[in-house]
Write a protein that binds this ligand. Structure first.
Ligand code: FES
Ligand SMILES: [Fe+2]
Length: 442
């Protein structure tokens, strides 16, 4: 039953010990509408979430050589991710120290220097300010000018299996600790490569939706919606089967068969805010006896028969706050406004896999997730619909209570849920609440 504004809802103003926007008590877990559509909450998220936790900014394969760079974001903050001459990866705030223009406006490239397009100030690719045009001419800078050192360098940069993360907070916990149980998920996905490495080779799919950025975080680990939101896809699968063979992310069959295949395995709500859905393959031998059997056998020899079931099984995760992994895809979503989000999908390749194998995986991605694919547009429509539904004022709270009484809390703070539980979403919101509560000065 939903509550109205006049029911016994808690106060929404920030309270000691809670942001006031997440309600957790016996048998209940609710999130307030303002968490999705309030501009003040959105602004607080940029400072208290995006400035304080590790944020994914790219993959090492995107910038293999000295001078290679890509542009990215930490929340609303544009950044440049650049490989220095000594091989280090630096993340620089992409904002000119003169008057704030975005210095680098390309998506990617190779450069020794970046020149600001506004008044021509020049920075080395490690961020150092090396030239101010016409510095002494016609009333330029005097000897008292306190010349800035250069572009602001994001204080913390670290990597996990090629994924580059950056953090604006120098006192953030180590990346390994932050990732927690999500490390195992990433390792399993990447261990489908003989060397355990992935490569971003194809250009990403980029799209925007008119909805809050956290709808994407909730949805990526939501098995509950699948057979309702994606009915057109299910009809196609039932009629024509899974045309992608072992590359298929969704086995063919009826809606009830699909539901059964999804409502199994592990659901983890990780203490650091991550969510994980993983399950061993239903039929590992189908991989060993299929078209790329020799390839899969070599992977099985490397990881062992038990682990192989998981490497070729289901593996989906949301890494707090805006990174997702779905089988052969890394996804990130960028907040632009409370009701506008940009999603970037990187289908990845497995280093050392045959070309046809990687090609098959890419086609399986396109089939469901491309802008004209059979699945992803349905989700985007739901996000916009969510946002539209929240525009009214009659009801304050959203329910995230599915499975709340069967979640098992672990000693490390993780929650293990039953299949179809909203345990992932609850752990996400708990972490959100912890960070936002500090913002309220509680
Ligand atoms: S804003 Fe960059 S040179 Fe003026
Ligand atoms: Fe979906």
């Amino acid at each position: 039953m939903t509550e109205t504004r006049t029911a016994s809802s808690p106060q929404v103003a920030p309270m000691a010990g809670s942001s006031g926007l997440v309600l957790e008590e016996a048998h209940k877990f609710r999130v307030h509408t303002r968490a999705y559509n309030d501009r003040a909450v959105f602004d607080a998220e940029m400072r208290n979430i995006f400035d304080r936790v590790w944020i994914f900014v790219g993959h090492t394969s995107e910038i293999p050589n000295p001078g290679d760079y890509k542009t990215s974001y930490i929340g609303m903050q544009p950044v440049i991710v650049v490989r220095a001459d000594n091989g280090d990866v630096n993340v620089l705030v992409n904002r000119c120290v003169h008057r704030g223009a975005v210095v680098c406006r390309e998506l990617r490239g190779n450069a020794q220097q970046f020149e600001c397009p506004y008044h021509g100030w020049v920075y080395q690719n490690d961020g150092k300010l090396v030239a101010i045009p016409h510095a002494k001419e016609a009333g330029g800078y005097s000897e008292h000018f306190d010349k800035p050192a250069g572009l602001y360098k994001v204080p913390k940069v670290d990597m996990f299996r090629g994924l580059i993360f950056a953090c604006m907070d120098p006192n953030v916990v180590p990346l390994d600790e932050f990732l927690g149980r999500a490390k195992l998920l990433l390792e399993r996905r990447f261990n489908l490569s003989p060397s355990g490495e992935i490569v971003f080779r194809s250009r990403p799919f980029v799209s925007r939706y008119k909805g809050n950025w956290k709808f994407q975080a909730e949805n990526i680990v939501d098995d509950y919606h699948f057979v309702f939101t994606h009915t057109a896809f299910i009809d196609l699968q039932a009629k024509y089967g899974d045309a992608t063979g072992n590359f298929g992310l969704h086995p063919g069959g009826s809606a009830s068969e699909m539901r059964k295949s999804r409502y199994r395995g592990n659901v983890w709500g990780v203490d650091q805010g991550h969510g994980i859905l993983d399950a061993p393959a239903l039929s590992p031998e189908s991989f060993l006896n299929g078209r790329f059997g020799d390839y899969y056998k070599a992977i099985q020899d490397k990881v062992g028969a038990e682990e192989f079931k998981w490497v070729v099984g289901r593996g989906i995760g949301c890494i707090f706050p805006n990174l997702g992994i779905i089988h052969q895809q890394i996804r990130t979503w960028r907040p632009i406004a409370p009701d506008l989000t940009e999603v970037t999908i990187y289908p990845f390749e497995l280093k050392g896999a045959p070309g046809e194998f990687n090609q098959g995986m890419l086609h399986a991605q396109e089939r469901f997730y491309a802008p004209s694919g059979h699945g992803a547009p349905d989700d985007v429509e739901m996000f916009a619909s969510n946002q539209h539904g929240l525009e009214g004022h009659a009801v304050d709270w959203l329910l995230l209570e599915r499975g709340v009484d069967t979640d098992e809390k672990q000693p490390n703070g993780d929650y293990r849920g039953q299949p179809s539980s909203e345990a992932c979403q609850r752990s996400y919101w708990r972490q959100w609440n912890r960070l936002m509560t500090k913002s309220a000065g509680a």
